[in-house]
Design a protein around this ligand. Structure first.
Ligand code: F6R
Length: 257
């Protein structure tokens, strides 16, 4: 796992956008995350697009997750959010921006269909991830199957509280979600996890320096052959090996691909 430490959220956004833009230039399949953390990276990608430095015309996107019960046009559905925050501002073909169907009559069937759609497409080249304060990635809460497929999950009270800032009232946050599983995520070619702020410091320390355990779903990045974690100083503040991570980055042999 590579851990890149940047001074602030802007540095995290710029580093993430650089990596994602390289994939987009190759027409890669991007796994996209919602939530607050990737917004800076999306804004930077929009800037690069407007400057003529990147195009998404040949890319396909798969979202990580969706709330069960929210229609695509609902302001807080991830279907709507990703368009509002990112894909509608660049030349992404809207029909190639996929997300689980939160209003399917049978969410479990919708989960299987989404998993199959990713497989049929040939998989995800780079998967962008945020991390919950409880260590979740996508909506795989502590206890999730380490190699599970896309599935229906029940949010933890902590996640509902964290996400209530996006809704008028805490009771409006859906309890159930469709989410790529930890197995789905681990099949992506490259995992790119971003975290900013002190509130994520414990989760980042658990991800990088704790045991590989379902109690910290993000710790599965430890076993992925190509995982990059980009954090600001605040989110890195509880890493014991901060200096080593800096040393590794300063002395890295550049990859050829
Ligand atoms: C969003 C997602 C979640 C968020 C996580 C962090 O698609 O899958 O795992 O990445 O809850 O959210 P923020 O970035 O809002 O702190």
């Amino acid at each position: 796992m590579d851990i890149l430490i940047r001074p602030d959220a802007e540095g995290v956004a710029a580093a993430a956008a650089d990596i994602l833009a390289d994939y987009a230039r190759r027409g890669a399949t991007l796994g996209l995350a919602t939530g607050s953390t990737p917004l800076g990276a999306y804004q930077e990608l929009i800037r690069l697009y407007e400057a003529g430095e990147v195009s998404f015309a040949d890319s396909t996107a798969f979202l990580l997750d969706e709330y069960v019960g929210l229609a695509p046009e609902h302001e807080q559905s991830y279907h709507h959010t990703i368009r509002h925050e990112f894909t509608s501002h660049v030349d992404f073909d809207d029909s190639r921006v996929h997300s689980p169907d939160g209003t399917a009559a049978d969410p479990w069937v919708a989960a299987q269909e989404y998993e199959q759609a990713i497989i049929d497409h040939g998989g995800i080249d780079v998967q962008l991830l945020g991390i919950g304060t409880n260590g979740h990635i996508a909506f795989n809460e502590p206890g999730a199957a380490l190699n599970g497929p896309t599935h229906v999950d029940t949010l933890q009270p902590q996640t509902i509280a964290d996400n209530s800032r996006f809704f008028d009232r805490p009771e409006d946050v859906p309890i159930h979600v469709l989410t790529q599983g930890l197995g789905t995520i681990q099949r992506a070619g490259h995992l790119l996890l971003l975290a900013t702020g002190e509130g994520k410091a414990d989760a980042i320390a658990a991800l990088a320096e704790g045991p590989l355990t379902t109690m910290c779903p993000a710790s599965v990045l430890q076993s992925h052959p190509r995982a990059t974690v980009i954090v600001d100083e605040a989110a890195a503040s509880k890493l014991h090996h901060r200096d080593y991570h800096r040393f590794v980055e300063e002395n890295k042999l550049p990859r050829k691909n």
